[in-house]
Design a protein around this ligand. Structure first.
Ligand SMILES: Nc1ncnc2c1ncn2[C@@H]1O[C@H](COP(=O)(O)OP(=O)(O)O)[C@@H](O)[C@H]1O
Ligand SMILES: [Mg+2]
Length: 401
């Protein structure tokens, strides 16, 4: 839920409703919403499914049959969307009293009502009610954490796998590792698994994808209690996974699991944006190597440009060692203009662990620096369950729209 940049779906046969909503929104302070317009219920359902708006404002007619279908379909495809029915008092005067219509719509599952012309005050109150309601609902959803960078070889996959396994110990069966490094997934290898299903099956089953299916497509890694949704075996096929599919998989996954850890490919494409968009914790993995840090600084700027909020973002300095002349976390922070929240030490045994397919976290000593660093990241992720949530950034598409 992004209170500053909520996505608002507007469904109505003509664009005057959109203009009305937009001018009412313009008068509300401190928000910068993204509006999505759909001329009819069918397209409205499609947009709700793909864009998962925080709220939908739906023009109500005299016949509630389509509204019923809309409420049901959106409830299934995007349950986090709050639906308000919008009506013109004059529509009903001769046919039914306003209260009858309102009661009927409430029975259908509409959460709120707005009279046209829509006033800023009414709309603002609706936004506030929605946010308040969403806080309760969101706390039941799983947390999404991702490890990302614009550079390969910095340790994204290593961290994603080890963190997922450490989380799995605290919540067996309730952690999903998604190998979003689609072009070159290594998570299965790092866990010594050869899963028969992958995210490609989600592409094939696109139309009947739900949370049960996401669970079925993932494979349990018994030693850790983590489920893995593997990357496609074939890099050409992998290009069929688009941002829409990734958003759907993650939104469904967070309903079926307490924690969803996403490994990524080092490229800021629309799939990565979809992941960043939904993640509660975004761990930018970097190293104390000047060219890598320059890249990280550029990436941070880009993220600001596309308005991925800095809240929930963490800098992880990986493969750190204190040999003379190495940049310290403080130096790194200065160079990239952002605090370094996590430092993961260099650990040469990670290489052996990778070759064996046994995550190092299993053999790391209880008091080892590596285990401690992973433990701190785990706590940071767990903190998102109770503490500050930060999901709902905007995707590039919306920014450009
Ligand atoms: N903290 C670390 N200490 C030592 N080696 C590491 C560390 N983190 C990652 N590595 C090694 O670096 C290599 C690249 O890591 P990987 O996780 O595959 O990076 P990425 O997913 O960013 O491409 C691997 O060989 C891995 O074992
Ligand atoms: Mg990787």
């Amino acid at each position: 839920m992004d209170k500053k940049n909520p996505k608002i779906l507007i469904v109505g046969p003509d664009r005057t409703l959109q203009r009305e909503v937009e001018s009412a929104l313009a008068a509300i302070e401190d928000i910068n919403p993204v509006t999505i317009y759909a001329p009819d219920f069918r397209q409205g359902i499609e947009s709700a499914r793909n864009r998962r708006p925080e709220m939908a404002l739906v023009e109500m007619g005299r016949d509630n049959r389509y509204l019923r279908m809309f409420v049901e379909e959106v409830g299934a495809a995007s349950p986090e969307t709050a639906i308000a029915a919008v009506f013109h008092p004059s529509t009903f005067s001769e046919h039914a009293s306003e209260s009858e219509v309102v009661i009927e719509a409430l029975r259908l599952g509409v959460q709120d009502f707005l009279r046209r012309p829509i006033s800023s005050k009414d709309l603002e109150q609706f936004l506030q009610r929605t946010f308040k309601y969403a806080v309760g609902r969101q706390s039941q959803q799983g947390i999404i954490a991702t490890f990302f960078s614009n550079k390969g070889g910095v340790g994204k996959s290593t961290l994603a796998v080890n963190v997922a396994c450490a989380l799995g110990k605290t919540a067996p069966g309730r952690v999903l590792l998604v190998d979003g490094s689609l072009q070159m997934g290594v998570c299965a290898n790092l866990l010594d698994m050869t899963p028969r299903t992958s995210i490609m099956d989600a592409v094939r089953e696109r139309d009947r994808l739900d949370e049960t299916l996401v669970r079925e497509l993932s494979v349990l890694h018994e030693p850790s209690g983590v489920h893995l949704l593997a990357a496609p075996a074939d890099a050409v096929e992998a290009s069929k996974v688009d941002d829409e599919l990734m958003s759907r998989v993650l939104t469904l996954a967070r309903r079926a699991f307490d924690y969803v850890v996403v490994d990524t490919f080092p490229m800021l494409d629309s799939v990565m944006m979809a992941v960043l968009d939904l993640a509660d914790r975004r761990f930018l993995v970097t190293e104390s190597v000047v060219p890598t840090l320059r890249g990280a600084l550029r990436l941070l700027k880009t993220l600001d440009d596309v308005r991925i909020p800095s809240e929930g973002r963490r800098i992880v300095l990986n493969r750190y060692s204190t040999f003379d002349g190495n940049l310290r976390p403080d130096d790194v922070a200065k160079r990239i203009g952002s605090a370094v929240e996590h430092v993961v030490p260099y650990q040469k045994k990670l290489l052996v662990a990778a070759n064996l397919g046994t995550p190092y976290i299993f053999s790391a000593g209880v008091a080892s620096d590596f285990r401690r660093a992973i433990g701190k990241i785990v706590e940071d992720i767990q903190g998102a369950r109770t503490g500050s949530r930060s999901s709902g950034a905007r995707s590039t598409k919306e920014v450009n729209a």
